[in-house]
Design a protein around this ligand. Structure first.
Ligand code: SF4
Length: 429
């Protein structure tokens, strides 16, 4: 089967294919040509990007070898750049775009950089699908209906600062979760926390590395329990199998806003049993997690880039906690019979190494969680591999597809996905 044609971009950002070259995927030092079988039509809503200060690695079909190109072979005066796909939610990158950095290259912005090629008039991404839900499908989010929803909520919650904050998220940042709140669909975001006790290298709302732009500003106020409860009830009252989620990209960690979240959950659960109350968190404070579960929190999703303490702490840079505290939070949720997911921030070339896979097997055996949400790590892949190599010896990747297959076989009761499930579907694998 003929490999996909290589894609490159020129300085104007115009993307075109090079017919004499095959597209290449990368996983740390491992290179592979992209085949039609190992790729899918680029998912709707995905975005193409070109990578500045970097040179594409392509496969020369005539010379039958990998090559790093800096100029268009058909137009030697034209510099060319690698192309990558920021794939839509629910699709896991199996390889990243293949490239070599220039010495003075800066960090790439906070996106994931999936490998992509060209075939029969279509872009094809190196991905595997883990969630079929269309929860964040932009085709189901017509602008005029969002505006109608905003007008309705302005009448319903006129003084609610959270409602106003989410308007900005929906209209300025284009946040699909905020749009879903105004559309009255599935899962609504409830940001509350201005602070965090971790310093993730790829934090979307606060960057200490000045060269990386943040994707959205952190919330600037702490909503009251009443503001939280009113907004949550406005959603749960009208949405079938509705979910409200603490812990969003535009805030710190919700556990640091415990003093407003705990009473808010009590208000919500004293008013209705409808819907699911979920928290996305770093899980750093197990005692608070236990109290929130006791107050009525239905499910918890804990973010991890690795299940190995050194690799976790190298990326999360925890300030006042350690990896063992995160494990304790997971243990508490399991012991309380609550639904617990891991938000597994994956990057081909690290997540699919034998060492990480072995660690994952013992983690899942020790802590039988309900679900893994496979999430592409939105961080410069080359800098991430470099960082991980400061705390662990790199091993040859087995491939993301192989990794998912092996985990699925070894842990048949473990749910794979991308989105937090409603409690009505907790039993569904
Ligand atoms: S836990 Fe969340 S808010 Fe805190 S640093 Fe990491 S990404 Fe940012």
């Amino acid at each position: 089967m003929k490999p996909l044609k290589a894609l490159v971009a020129n300085q104007k950002g115009e993307i075109f294919d090079l017919p004499d070259y095959a597209a290449v995927g990368m996983a740390a030092d491992k290179l592979i040509t992209l085949s039609p079988k190992a790729t899918k039509n680029m998912p709707y809503g995905s975005e193409l990007m070109y990578l500045p200060d970097r040179h594409p690695i392509l496969f020369d079909l005539k010379a039958n070898r990998y090559e790093v190109l800096s100029r268009n072979p058909d137009r030697p005066d034209e510099p060319i750049f690698p192309v990558a796909a920021f794939n839509s939610p629910g699709f896991v990158n199996t390889y990243v775009s293949a490239y070599r950095e220039e010495p003075e290259a800066d960090f790439l912005p906070l996106f994931s950089y999936g490998a992509v090629g060209w075939q029969a008039g279509k872009f094809r991404s190196a991905v595997v699908r883990v969630d079929r839900q269309r929860r964040q499908d932009l085709r189901l989010m017509p602008y005029d209906r969002i505006i109608d929803g905003i007008n309705d909520m302005q009448k319903k919650l006129p003084k609610n600062r959270l409602r106003a904050h989410l308007e900005n998220c929906a209209l300025v940042y284009g946040c699909p979760a905020a749009k879903n709140f105004f559309l009255g669909r599935s899962e609504a975001p409830i940001p509350t926390s201005r602070r965090c006790n971790a310093q993730c290298r790829g934090c979307l709302s606060l960057q200490t590395n000045n060269n990386i732009p943040v994707s959205q500003q952190r919330i600037k106020f702490t909503p009251s329990p009443a503001e939280i409860a009113d907004l949550a009830l406005a959603h749960l009252d009208r949405v079938k199998q509705g979910i409200i989620s603490f812990g969003q990209g535009c805030e710190g960690d919700p556990l640091l806003a415990y003093r407003v979240i705990h009473p808010a959950i009590q208000i919500i659960r004293s008013t209705t049993t409808r819907g699911t109350i979920n928290m996305n968190t770093n899980g750093s404070k197990p005692d608070l997690v236990a109290k929130l579960l006791g107050a009525g929190l239905d499910s918890v999703r804990i973010s991890l880039n690795s299940v190995r303490p050194d690799c976790y702490e190298a990326y999360f840079q925890p300030k006042d906690y350690r990896f063992r505290h995160v494990l304790k939070s997971i243990e508490y949720a399991i012991n309380k019979g609550k639904y617990i997911s891991v938000n597994y921030l994956n990057c081909p070339g690290f997540t699919d190494t034998p060492a990480e896979y072995d660690a994952l097997k013992s983690f899942l055996t020790q802590l039988p969680i309900n679900m893994i949400q496979w999430r592409n790590l939105n961080f410069d892949p080359q800098r991430y591999w470099n960082l991980m190599q400061t705390v662990t010896t790199p091993t040859n990747p087995i491939g993301m597809v192989t990794l998912l297959d092996r985990v699925r076989i070894a842990f048949p009761a473990l749910k794979f996905g991308y989105f937090n499930p409603p409690k009505e579907k907790f039993h569904i694998i």
